[in-house]
Ligand binder design. Structure first.
Ligand SMILES: [Zn+2]
Ligand SMILES: [Zn+2]
Length: 342
């Protein structure tokens, strides 16, 4: 089988690998679509402190079951499935405290070798809890959004977005545009989207943003202040991993509101924070990463019920041997979501 093996920054080679052998409780999936995520882009272009080459990246996997171990009862050959990149163990200290994304064994077992490969072996825990049947009217392309949307759902739940809230989102990329739709699903009164690219902000408008702000032309702080009778937003999602975005996010929130640092920051990032914003203004600052098993299930339901339009986010599709082109397009912020057809 073919796989795109990552050897280091800008060095990805399509190679012939042996088809993984499955055990009795495992499943073999023929990957059809794998989404390209910001982590893949960063890793392939500049490297990642936690990802050691050689390895196969790709964790937004949708495909078809082509072999099942003899003890597997949940899935059969021919099933169209999405495969989670991990499943929390359910037993460690963090899982016991329902902080599933902090599970100390989160990455112990993952689909191997990775989604940028024609086939993946799915370990038993992910077969049981992280492999979901794709409804017949949902395409592989749409289903591949289950993982990133689940991350957004986890972020939204931590901020307790609900009916009547004004939500400001910093960042007009695919994640920001999914947050926008989730805020509307949750009943937000007003969603304000700030970004840097008109074409993306126009998509935001089509997807239900009440107010869009191009921060290269307008001051988002003034805009959010004007739109909230001077208060600021109830919830701010910072879907960009930069100090500037973090600082901006903290200026957009109202007293007593919540800010979520949703995007991961490059290591070494520092920024200034006025502690009185937390004390006197009682701003709650949180961050979220990843998703729980329940988020993953709910995410596919939202896609399937078309509560979240993911199709509109797909702007590019590449073949496996074009993975370097795919990440470059993504890094240049041309379009929105990039998928690999495998
Ligand atoms: Zn990702
Ligand atoms: Zn755990």
């Amino acid at each position: 089988m073919k796989a795109a093996v990552y050897y280091g920054p800008e060095d990805v080679r399509v190679e012939e690998l042996e088809v993984p052998k499955i055990q009795d409780n495992e499943v073999l999936v023929r990957v059809r679509i794998c989404g390209v995520c910001a982590t893949d882009v960063k890793t392939i272009l500049v490297g990642h402190p936690m990802i050691k080459p050689p390895t196969v990246l790709g964790h937004e996997i949708a495909g078809e079951v082509i072999d099942v171990g003899k003890n597997v009862t949940e899935h059969r050959v021919g099933d169209r499935v999405v495969v989670a990149p991990y499943v929390p163990c359910g037993a460690c200290y963090y899982c016991q405290h329902e902080q599933h994304t902090l599970c100390s064994r989160l990455f112990e077992r993952t689909p191997t070798p990775g989604g940028f490969s024609q086939m993946v072996k799915v370990p038993s825990n992910i077969v049981e809890k992280g492999t979901l049947l794709i409804p017949a009217d949902v395409s592989y392309e749409e289903a591949a959004f289950t993982e990133p949307l689940a991350c957004c759902l986890h972020g939204m739940e931590e901020c307790h977005i609900g009916v009547g809230h004004t939500v400001a989102i910093v960042g007009d990329g695919p994640m920001g545009l999914m947050h926008l739709q989730l805020a509307n699903v949750a009943g937000a009164r007003k969603v304000i989207m700030s970004g840097r690219l008109d074409e993306r902000l126009n998509v935001a408008k089509e997807l239900g943003a009440d107010v869009i702000v191009n921060e290269t032309k307008e001051d988002p702080v003034k805009k959010v202040t004007d739109e909230t009778e001077g208060r600021g937003a109830d919830v701010v999602i910072v879907a960009v991993g930069s100090a500037a975005a973090a600082e901006q996010g903290l200026k957009l929130v109202r007293r007593g509101g919540t800010v979520n640092f949703f995007g991961g920051f490059p290591s070494g990032t520092e920024f200034k924070l006025d502690p009185n914003l937390i004390h006197y203004s009682e701003v709650k600052l949180t961050g979220t990463f990843g998703f729980s098993h329940a988020d993953f299930v709910k995410s596919l339901q939202l896609i399937s019920k078309r509560k979240v339009d993911v199709k509109k986010l797909i702007t590019h599709k590449f073949r496996l041997d074009q993975v370097l082109d795919a990440v470059k397009i993504s890094a240049q912020l041309k379009g929105l979501k990039v998928l690999l057809t495998i």
